[in-house]
Design a protein around this ligand. Structure first.
Ligand code: OMP
Length: 271
């Protein structure tokens, strides 16, 4: 199934626009997993099982696995997700960006090795660095636009002419020229609701990946009001640490489930 169809199905099926991010940090794991060789897999599987009923997708962040030499555990986790929850979109957060020939390899990593439904991509090397991902027409290509971090303004706010900031130029470029197969989405941080509204205005109903609620302090009400599309949907609102580490005691699975349910409900209440 195409990424966009899978996402639309997940929004309605789970009545949720919450995406859970998997950023596994072994230092923060519950005691029962500490020192286990497959702790990363077990922790992430526990979080997936606990939160799956309340989410529209799962977003593993590849650096957390690679830094721990745990790519094999990421592969196993992607296999598990696909088998146990085939309706749930798998977004690989890699934020890759490189020249075309190298980007082809990164695209194969995301879509063949991990068999992700979508991948995050950095567009600031230009169209030929994004094109190899777009060649996978069934897959989602989620392009950084206005990122949630403070330093995002350093470059993304630069005036490219007539008072137009670079991030809005990127939004228009993706919507009007790069999205020929209807497979693109944009990343806009929940920490900047004004910019979410401006991006939404530019790109119509295109899906937005919105990280920055939870640990980064973004406001759910402001995010939903600014980011919803004409159907009142259109967002993958990501939370990682606030859900993963809701508790590091014996109740870690229940605490993650509760944090996900509460966040899903807060998002829905703001619709
Ligand atoms: O592409 C992303 O997912 C992303 C883009 C962005 O602008 N800001 C951002 O925080 N992220 C990712 O979203 C996750 C946020 O994690 P928490 O702050 O713990 O919810 C991390 O994996 C980040 O790498």
């Amino acid at each position: 199934m195409k990424f966009t169809e899978k996402l639309e199905h997940a929004w309605t099926h789970a009545d949720s626009m919450l995406m859970v991010g998997l950023d596994p940090d072994p230092q923060r794991f519950p005691a029962e997993l500490k020192g286990k060789p497959d702790a990363i897999y077990e922790f992430c599987k526990g979080v997936i099982d606990a939160t799956a009923p309340y989410v529209c997708g799962i977003k593993p962040q590849i650096a957390y696995f690679a830094a721990q030499r745990a790519e094999d555990q990421l592969e196993a986790l992607c296999d598990y997700l696909r088998t146990a929850y085939p309706h749930l979109p798998l977004v690989l957060d890699a934020k890759r960006g490189d020249i075309g020939s190298t980007a082809e390899q990164y695209a194969a990593e995301a879509f063949e090795r991990y068999r992700a439904d979508a991948v995050t991509v950095n567009p600031y090397m230009g169209f030929d660095s994004v094109e190899p991902y777009l060649a996978w027409e069934e897959k989602g290509v989620i392009i950084l636009c206005r990122t949630s971090n403070k330093g995002g303004s350093d470059l993304q706010f630069l005036d490219v002419g007539n008072g137009e900031p670079l991030y809005l130029h990127v939004a228009s470029l993706v919507a009007n020229r790069w999205n020929k197969n209807g497979q693109c989405a944009l990343v806009v941080g929940a920490t900047f609701p004004n910019e979410i509204a401006k991006v939404r205005e530019r790109v119509g109903d295109m899906p937005l990946l919105i990280p920055g609620i939870g640990a980064q302090g973004g406001d759910i009400g402001g995010t939903v009001a600014a980011g919803k599309n004409s159907a009142g949907l259109g967002m993958m609102i990501n939370s990682s640490r606030a859900i993963l580490y809701a508790s590091n005691g014996d109740d870690w699975r229940e605490a993650a489930a509760k944090a996900a349910l509460d966040t899903r409900n807060a998002i829905n209440a703001a619709k």
